[in-house]
Write a protein that binds this ligand. Sequence first.
Ligand code: DX5
Ligand code: ZN
Length: 225
Amino acid sequence: MQFQILPSLLAADFGHLADDIVRAEASGAEALHLDIMDAHFVPNLSFGPDVVALSRKVAPNFYRHVHLMMTRPDLYLEPFAKAGAQTIQIHVEADCDIHAELARIQAMGIRPALVLNPETAAEMVFPYLGECDEVLVMTVHPGYGGQKFIADCCPKITAIRAQAAKLGRPDFDVMVDGGINGETGPQAAAAGANQFVAGSYLFKQVDMGAAVQALRASCAAAYVG
Ligand code: DX5
Ligand code: ZN
């Protein structure tokens, strides 16, 4: 199993965005997590394709992982593809044809992924597990960084991991996002998560590289798949 740590750019210093993208890449993290909010699906606005393009410009080899917290992600796939998104995550709760949009993401040569909110049952993503490569289980209500990890979401990680294995995909990626730190990351790993988004925890570190390494090691040690 591959374990990945993804710093969320939402927690960066927006006055020094380019420097913080470079800092996140230099930490040894596997990918940059870019949170796109539309002030409709979630009660906040973040940034758009220009910031994805900025990350490609300043760190071309740092994998760009785009999380669309949008009611109509289908209307914005092209601009994010053009800006350099390499994975696109859409929410299962979005107001669009999920089967069709996952297929469209795939056809653009981008890795398709699905996300579910804390109040959404694991079974809601089961019909799509053959059509995407990764499911993100939100461990906070999306919209803001710096919230507290909701441990009640962990059984859903286990359920999705088990269902993917049943479908013959033991290496399916199950990701968590929200409130991840040195304590909660291993809790999610013990439930079956192998990819970990962390915003405020990583960006507040003086030595982000050491924190990324320690988080990856403690999650790998705690993993139960
Ligand atoms: C929440 C976002 C997260 C957020 C995580 O709406 O999807 O990616 O940036 O931030 P932390 O790690 O601070 O909870
Ligand atoms: Zn996110």
